[in-house]
Design a protein around this ligand. Structure first.
Ligand code: HEC
Ligand code: HEC
Length: 209
C-alpha cells in the first residue's frame, strides 16, 4: 500500500460496512459492496475502491467513474476484459478473479451508487460532437440506450479508449460502431472531444428558477 491514508480509509470503510450487516440485508447488494472493498478471490490488490475511489468516482486519470453507470454496461465490460475483447492487463486479472455471479453483483452495486453532481455545463458542444456522437451518447453526454455515459470521465481515459479503438485493440462493441467512429477521428479531434466530455458534469445540477 503506497498511501497509509488510503489504508486507513479502506479499513474505516470496511468497518462501516461490517457494522451495517444484519441478517435482513440484501444478500446480493451486500456482496457486491464487499467485492468492491475487498477485491473478492483476488485479494486486496484487486479491491475496486483502491483505483475507482471510495464512492466509485474514478481516479481522475486512467480509472473511470463507475458510480451510476448502467449495470448491464458495467457487467459487459467485466466479461469483455475477462475474454480479452477489451485487452487491459490489470482489469483482465480483476475480472478473471470474479465469477459471473460476482460480476453481476459488483456491477449492480456500482450502478446503484449516486452519480456525482456537477455544475451546469458551460461549454458549447463542438459541432463534431453534435454531428457524430450525441445520437448515441446524448446531447449532455449522460448516455442513451445506444451508448454509455461519457460526461465527466477523465480526459486521459476517454482519449485512451478512442485510441484503443483506432488500432482495433478495444473491439468489444457489437456492431463495431465505435471502431468506425474512432477510426475517422484525427489525433486533434480525439483530444478536443475528450477534453470537452471530461468538462461535462456527470449529472447536471437542476436549473434554479
Ligand atoms: C489497480 C487498479 C484497478 C483496480 C484494482 C480495479 N480497476 Fe477497474 N479499471 C482500472 C483502469 C485503469 C481502467 C481503464 C482500463 C481501460 O483503459 O480499458 C478500469 C476500467 C474498469 C471498467 C470499465 C468502465 C467503463 O466505463 O468502460 C470497469 C467496469 C471496471 N474497471 C470495474 C472494476 C471493478 C468492478 C473492480 C473491482 C472488482 C475494479 N475495476 C478494480 C483500474 C482498476
Ligand atoms: C451508433 C452509436 C454510437 C455512436 C455514433 C458513438 N458511440 Fe461511442 N459508444 C457506443 C457504444 C455502444 C459504446 C460501448 C461499447 C461497449 O460495449 O464497450 C460506446 C463507448 C464509447 C466510449 C468508451 C466509454 C467507456 O466508458 O469506456 C467512448 C470514449 C466513446 N464511445 C466516445 C464516442 C465519441 C467521441 C463519439 C463521436 C465521435 C461516439 N462515441 C459515437 C456507441 C456509439
Amino acid at each position: 500500500m503506497r498511501h497509509p491514508s488510503l489504508c486507513v480509509l479502506l479499513l474505516t470503510l470496511l468497518a462501516a460496512c461490517t457494522d451495517r450487516m444484519s441478517p435482513s440485508d440484501d444478500r446480493w447488494g451486500r456482496s457486491g459492496e464487499l467485492i468492491a472493498m475487498s477485491g473478492g478471490e483476488g485479494g486486496a490488490r484487486y479491491a475496486c475502491v483502491s483505483c475507482h475511489g471510495a464512492r466509485g468516482e474514478g481516479n481522475g486519470f486512467d480509472a473511470p467513474r463507475l458510480a451510476g453507470l448502467p449495470a448491464g454496461y458495467l457487467q459487459k465490460q467485466l466479461e469483455d476484459y475477462a475474454l480479452g475483447l477489451r485487452p487491459h492487463a490489470v482489469m483482465r486479472d480483476v475480472a478473471r478473479f470474479l465469477d459471473s455471479h460476482e460480476r453481476v453483483r459488483v456491477a449492480n452495486h456500482y450502478a446503484a451508487l449516486p452519480v456525482p453532481l456537477g455544475p451546469a455545463p458551460a461549454a458549447q458542444a463542438p459541432a463534431l460532437y453534435a454531428r457524430t456522437c450525441q445520437q448515441c451518447h446524448g446531447a449532455d453526454g449522460t448516455g442513451t440506450p445506444q451508448g454509455p455515459p461519457l460526461a465527466g470521465q477523465p480526459a486521459f481515459y476517454l482519449a485512451q479508449q478512442l485510441q484503443d479503438w483506432q488500432v482495433s485493440k478495444r473491439r468489444n462493441d457489437g456492431n463495431h460502431e465505435m471502431l468506425k467512429v474512432a477510426q475517422a477521428l484525427s489525433g486533434t479531434e480525439v483530444e478536443e472531444l475528450s477534453r470537452f466530455l471530461a468538462r461535462l458534469p456527470p449529472r447536471p445540477a437542476p436549473a434554479v428558477h
